[in-house]
Write a protein that binds this ligand. Structure first.
Ligand code: IFM
Length: 726
């Protein structure tokens, strides 16, 4: 096994890639995400210090997460020449991420007079104390030259639908600056603190008021061989978090940087010990897999009690910073196996959202819990009725994601049940999880009530994972998830003791509920089958059968939305993302290998993979089917999505760029479920490897039911060793 492949980076500056590198080099600690931007960047370059779970609505625009003022706004000038990559072509430029330590770094050299000035900077947001972060910015020169270094908290925040911060005030403290503000809608208090320490120069800083806010300015007389370093310690506190953050920063010294960094690295060392997957295989695959895990660790709410992960992580405001089924179906299995505390937080977030889910169901006239398609705090559904803007008319298009993607409730219910099983933690059920599962099952009974009157129970008017076909009946994936949710409700009831069972049942109508679930389960429609292929929804086989390329060739605009009322894919069999194939992947034991094969072969050529959620599902299925090359190809797509930046950036005229934690988690799923062939049956963890030909071995640790195992898989099989500590 190689111990390399802990670093991603690039050489050279290309202004066209500013947005994508901002995603690629994101650092985060679950509380805040800081995009991979440079000190001299501002809102125009999408600088964002994105705050997890702090949302705001400005006017009638979409609610979205708040970006805080940027405490790491640092500029350098030599005379009148800005030493900024944006304005002066650098002699050399490198950026990168140390994945092991979660530290971002840049080194840039600029020509000045007869010499070179070099900036070497690094930063981290603390894995040990969620409100803190720090940066070091070192300037050196090959010739004696004066430069001016400025550093402040940039109050010009990048927002998509802002501004979200009002009553912004700033002031200076000893060796530092403070900005405070409140959010416009809910009046949440946001404070950004910053302390600056200059070493290598005794230049005195002067305070300036600029368009970006207050800045300290240091006139430096650089001499060769004497680097000058600015150490910046910063904190971001929201509401109650402010007090401790301010206390820590008030007493911080320049030596705090090393102490903070050591504590941060210790936290990441612990994360990696539990989650690293080591390959004996191509370096690029190792790096991509590790990078995918890095992205998950950076956005995980490690020390929160009930917080989740948005579909675009902490990379900004796209998708309204909302939590989708991505978390339950893709990310939760990773955390259950590597970080139980985070898994519990993700589950608790949904338990806390039950009231919101019940309110949503009631608003549509249903009993039970209909979870938010795009969930913000308290389960509020941020999904708009008009979620895509038409590229031709520039008008909002009515979409039905919020109303009809009812499979979200099943994702929540199943994830709670599966996580409780995986962690062997009944409290997840008894402290709210059972109530969620039953309420989701109740919602499905009510949603299917029309169908319940017929001899076979139909689930009408839904959108499955394939969002290009809206308002269809008996979507195979949805029906399967509904059935699994009903079964899960029965399993939970069987699992609870008598008083718990009685209390849980009381909330959903008592024993009649059980009888109704049995009836519904027995009569729920199964998909039509043709030559082993399961029809994606009623009538799908009658749609035009053409290729993805055919559909693409019909686009009049590259950003045109493929779904909706008159989308190019809507009347064809071309699908956006794994749908039937995802059903097979999630419930593999319920279908014969022949069925898995027939459906993979049928649906794969018809799938656009227009969602980053698609590749991993196909990869796992391909691995199970012994299609090693295809599996590896799909693995590489999902594992490199944020490295290459090759993902959809637009849904119609709506920007959807950012990081892709579900695809990142998909890479881990492919490695473990696909290539290592990990299954759990009757509380037994087992491995049946299908390693790609290019890989010789893979080793990792996994926690299951309070035990920890070291696993090594090769082409010859798997060895599993129980470790001493859970
Ligand atoms: O949840 C997904 C959905 O399945 C496809 N569109 C993007 C969403 C967020 O990742």
């Amino acid at each position: 096994m190689t111990d390399e492949n802990w670093h991603v980076g690039a050489t050279g500056f290309d202004p066209e890639t500013i947005s994508e590198t901002g995603n690629r080099y994101l650092i985060g600690n679950g509380y805040m995400g800081y995009r991979g931007t440079l000190g001299e960047y501002t809102a125009a370059q999408q600088v964002a210090l994105n705050l997890a779970g702090v949302y705001d609505q400005h006017g009638t625009a979409w609610r979205e997460p708040v970006n805080a003022p940027n405490p790491l706004y640092i500029t350098l000038t030599a005379g009148k020449t800005p030493l900024s990559v944006l304005e002066t072509t650098p002699v050399s430029h490198q950026v990168g991420l140390d994945l092991r330590r979660a530290v971002f770094a840049r080194t840039t050299s600029f020509a000045v007079d007869a010499g070179t000035v070099t900036v070497t900077a690094s930063r981290f947001v603390s894995g040990a104390d969620r409100t803190l972060g720090a940066a070091r910015y070192t300037v050196s020169s090959t010739v004696a030259t004066p430069v001016t270094l400025t550093c402040g908290i940039d109050e010009q925040v990048w927002d998509i639908n802002g501004p979200h911060l009002v009553d912004t005030t700033h002031y200076a403290i000893t060796g530092g600056l403070v900005v405070t503000a409140v959010t416009g809608e809910l009046e949440r208090q946001v404070a950004v603190w910053q302390r600056q320490f200059l070493s290598g120069s005794d230049a005195a800083g002067t305070l300036q008021t600029t368009a970006h806010g207050l800045q300290m300015s240091y006139p430096l007389a650089l001499t060769p061989g004497v680097p000058v370093t600015l150490t910046v310690l910063f904190g971001v506190g929201v509401d109650d978090d402010r007090a401790a953050m301010v206390r820590t920063l008030s007493s911080a010294t320049v030596a705090s940087y090393d102490a903070w960094l050591a504590a941060h690295v210790a936290a990441w060392t612990k994360y990696w010990a539990a989650s690293d997957v080591r390959l004996d295989g191509p370096d690029a695959d190792q790096l991509a897999l590790r990078y995918s895990i890095y992205q998950l660790l950076a956005v995980a709410p490690h020390d929160a009690v009930a917080q989740s992960i948005p579909a675009r992580g902490l990379s900004g405001q796209t998708y309204k910073g909302a939590v989708f089924w991505d978390t339950e179906m893709f990310m939760l299995p990773f955390f259950a196996a590597t970080d139980a505390a985070t898994a519990r937080s993700l589950v608790n977030y949904r338990i806390q959202g039950l009231a919101g889910a019940k309110a949503k169901a009631a608003a549509y006239g249903f009993r039970g819990a209909f979870y938010a398609w795009e969930s913000q705090e308290h389960g509020l559904d941020a999904c708009s009725d008009y979620n895509v803007t038409d590229v031709f008319t520039k008008r909002p298009m009515r979409t039905y994601f919020k109303d009809k993607q009812v499979h979200i409730s099943g994702a929540v219910a199943l994830a709670i049940w599966r996580t409780a099983q995986w962690l062997a933690d009944d409290t997840l059920l008894t402290e709210g999880g059972a109530a969620v599962i039953l309420a989701c099952a109740e919602f499905y009974l009510d949603y299917a009530r029309q169908g319940l009157l017929r001899p076979s129970v139909s689930i009408p008017d839904v959108i499955g994972p394939d969002e290009y076909h809206e308002r269809v009946t008996d979507n195979a994936y949805t029906n399967k998830v509904v059935a699994a949710t009903w079964q899960c409700a029965l399993d939970v009831l069987a699992h609870l003791d008598a008083p718990q069972r009685e209390a849980a049942l009381a909330a959903v109508g008592g024993e009649d509920f059980v009888a109704l679930v049995h009836t519904a389960l027995a009569h729920l429609r199964r998909p039509v089958e043709q030559d082993g292929v399961l029809e994606q929804f009623a009538g799908y086989f009658k749609l035009e059968d053409c290729s993805v390329a055919d559909v693409r060739s019909r686009l009049l605009d590259p950003r045109e939305y493929w779904g909706g009322a008159y989308g190019v894919a809507a009347q064809t069999q071309v699908l956006k993302q794994a749908d039937v194939v995802m059903m097979l992947e999630e419930f593999p034991q319920d279908y014969s290998l022949a069925t898995h094969r027939a459906n993979y072969d049928y649906y794969e050529p018809r799938t656009e993979h227009g969602s980053s959620l698609s590749w991993s599902m196909y990869a796992i299925e391909a691995a199970r089917l012994g299609k090693g090359d295809a599996a590896l190809e799909f693995f590489r797509k999902t594992a490199t999505v944020d490295l290459t930046g090759q993902s959809k950036q637009w849904a119609g005229d709506i920007y959807i760029g950012g990081t892709h934690p579900a695809a990142n988690a998909g890479a881990w799923l492919v490695a473990l479920r696909g290539f290592a062939g990990m299954t759990t049956t009757a509380n037994r963890l087992a491995f049946a490897p299908h390693l790609p030909a290019d890989w010789n071995a893979m080793a990792f640790e996994v926690a299951y039911r309070n035990k920890r195992f070291a696993v090594r898989v090769t082409h010859d099989g798997a060895t599993v060793q129980e470790l001493e500590e859970a």
